[in-house]
Design a protein around this ligand. Structure first.
Ligand code: SAM
Length: 225
């Protein structure tokens, strides 16, 4: 039975691909990646490890909230993978670590017996390493939260943890986050790190940079101590 490798490619710097990920990518006949702004970045990370004999299959992934359109879109993608898997092993690349908010997990449900998951380095691990700041030490707790989750959850996670990583920086919640941090007097405990590992990388500790122009590709750390 042919295999489907779900490979985490890290957040940006190609040097942060694991040896296992690099070997699988270099030896794969077919490589899938989701074609949208964010996932093209996954392709950017691996492009120097690809040769001309490999087949690259961009998969269009609809960002619509319409459930029906989304499901039809998923079906088309699943069918493409299924068909390709009858011919050879395949690799599906994903940004960072597949364990963290990776959409591809929705797509591989049908192929569980054939799937092998290769972990990658997450954006927040690179934030910590580049800034030489541990995310947690001793008895501290860390929450990894999604800015698109409910406001109640965000408030409770900020309350209950010493360190909070915020991912999926959607525009409609940025103002709420800024006001919340000011209310909780956490505005000086903030690190904003955008486009980690890419040429347009940006680091800020200024709360005013929490504004609508902030890139979706931003990882935020709130560290109380
Ligand atoms: C759908 S999640 C995928 C997370 C990814 N699986 C990981 O392990 O980092 C996308 C979010 O991850 C964060 N992210 C991923 N890559 C990043 C990068 N290069 N720079 C900053 N944030 C990044 C951002 O918060 C972005 O909104």
């Amino acid at each position: 039975m042919n295999k489907l490798y779900l490979v985490g490619v890290g957040p940006g710097d190609p040097d942060l691909l694991t040896i296992k990920a690099k070997n699988i990518i270099e030896n794969s006949k077919t490589i899938f990646y989701i074609e949208n702004k964010e996932s093209n970045l996954a392709f950017e990370i691996i492009k120097n490890f690809i040769n001309s004999s490999q087949k690259l299959i961009p998969l269009k992934f609809s960002m619509t909230a319409n459930k029906e359109i989304k499901e039809k879109n998923f079906e088309v993608i699943k069918e493409t993978i299924k068909q390709t898997l009858t011919e050879s092993d395949c690799t599906f690349i994903t940004l960072g670590d597949p364990a963290i908010y990776s959409t591809v997990y929705y797509l591989i449900d049908n192929f569980k017996d054939q799937v092998e998951v290769i972990p990658g380095i997450s954006s927040f691990s690179v934030l910590s390493a580049n800034l030489k700041i541990p995310l947690v030490i001793g008895k501290q707790n860390l929450a990894i939260i999604n800015l698109n989750s409910s406001k109640e959850n965000i408030i409770s996670d900020l309350d209950n943890n010493e360190s909070i990583i915020i991912l999926r920086i959607i525009k409609k919640r940025i103002k709420f986050l800024k006001e919340l941090l000011l209310k909780l007097k956490l505005e000086k405990k903030l690190i904003i790190y955008s486009n980690i590992g890419f040429e347009n990388e940006m680091i800020s500790t200024n709360i005013d940079d929490l504004n609508e122009s902030l890139s979706y590709m931003t990882t935020i750390l709130i560290k109380k101590n």
